[in-house]
Design a protein around this ligand. Structure first.
Ligand code: ATP
Length: 353
């Protein structure tokens, strides 16, 4: 099912929480709402669920407007951060609850409960109560409870936040696999950028009630539309600069550490003020002279699979560099010429922060 949000606004009385949000989510998409605490992502998810209506704007499920429908009229399944299982019901009863409310035939109900529990690998835990399960197992049951009603839309509200790091990664992979199998349109809220980058078909980054960018994970990370988006999904070394050349083949920027060029064409005019930056892992050590930054190595953190360098450029800016698979140890004080591949350089308008 396809979702369309048109000019949604919401205010709980102390200022707007969502400001004129418009968005299209495709049928079968695994779509993420990503942003910092308080940016309005849960509010947007609850509007989709029908927990409350928007102040302005419309919500469409395919061609049908659902803005005025209650939660029980929308056929959505929701998974919460705190699992929200009934403590006095066992796993079979928790998962079957939504079917009982729908007065599903008992044989069909039992068949679907068992089938869905098998889908989340919890078929052996039917008679356990929630307090007899680990956090990960409770979240699998919550997932089964959302899936068993065969919802047209699945809504996830930070479902992995209460789990430890290893389990989060394990369940991430399972959620992705379940989505591949069921193909239910899914909207997933998180403030964890790695969760969004690793799972999403597309991501909407929210900032203070507005959508900053909607794009694939790769585009969000490599071609962010603002410094807010760039900084929210990863680290970047930034310098203020001025456009000195522009055209179809790329953009050249003058900065206090020299000239840097990108192969991406930008909609800039010569003289425009910009931010120019690169991610720590984009820097190369074995590089020629073009697009290079002269630095001095001031600190090293060895992490096994990679090494984090802190360098200072000639203008005194602290630069973070991430070196994969570090084979040799460089002494502190080494003079390093960092090469920045032109396709990895990020250029953004300076007024857009
Ligand atoms: P978090 O990641 O912390 O959950 P969020 O991006 O999901 O943040 P929301 O929960 O949507 O943010 O909240 C956005 C703003 O709306 C916050 O300032 C919050 O206090 C306010 N808010 C949310 N729900 C209500 C409500 N029912 N009544 C009053 N204010 C609310």
């Amino acid at each position: 099912m396809k979702i369309s949000l048109k000019n949604l606004s919401k205010d709980f009385g102390s200022g707007p929480v969502l400001k004129d949000v418009s968005l299209d989510i495709e049928d079968q998409e695994l779509f993420f709402l990503l942003g910092p605490s308080g940016c309005g992502k849960t509010t947007l998810l609850r509007l989709l669920a029908g927990f409350y209506p928007p102040d302005h704007g419309e919500i469409y499920f395919d061609e049908d407007e659902v803005s005025g429908l209650g939660a029980n009229e929308r056929n959505t399944g929701m998974v919460f951060q705190n699992y929200a299982l009934w403590p006095h019901l066992n796993v079979l009863q928790n998962v079957g609850y939504g079917l009982d409310v729908r007065k599903t035939d008992k044989y069909e109900r039992d068949r679907r409960v068992l089938e869905t529990l098998a889908l989340v690998q919890m078929e052996d835990y039917g008679y356990r109560f929630p307090n007899e399960l680990s956090g990960g197992q409770q979240q699998r049951v919550a997932l089964a409870r959302a899936l068993v009603i065969k919802p047209k839309l699945l809504l996830f509200d930070e479902p992995l936040s209460n789990l430890d790091a290893r389990l989060r990664i394990e369940l991430r992979e399972e959620i992705r696999a379940l989505h591949q199998r069921t193909k239910i349109t899914t909207v997933y809220v998180t403030h964890d950028h790695s969760e969004a980058l690793s799972l999403a078909d597309r991501i909407a980054v929210l900032n203070d009630g507005r959508i900053e960018q909607v794009a694939s994970p790769r585009t969000i990370y490599r071609q962010p539309s603002s410094r807010f988006v760039a900084d929210f999904v990863g680290e970047t070394n930034w310098w203020p600069g001025t456009i000195i050349g522009t055209g179809n083949k790329g953009t050249a920027v003058k900065t206090s550490i020299g000239e840097l060029g990108t192969t991406k064409a930008g909609d800039y005019s010569v003289g425009a003020d910009v931010w120019v930056g690169f991610r720590p892992e984009s820097a190369r050590l074995d590089w020629g002279q073009a697009n290079s930054v002269r630095t001095s190595l001031v600190a090293i953190e060895y992490l096994g699979g990679r090494e984090e360098y802190r360098c200072t450029s000639m203008d005194g800016t602290l630069i973070k560099v991430s070196i994969p698979d570090p084979a040799i140890a460089l002494p502190i004080g080494s003079q390093l010429v960092l090469g920045i591949p032109p396709e990895s350089l990020i250029v953004l308008p300076r007024s857009g922060i």
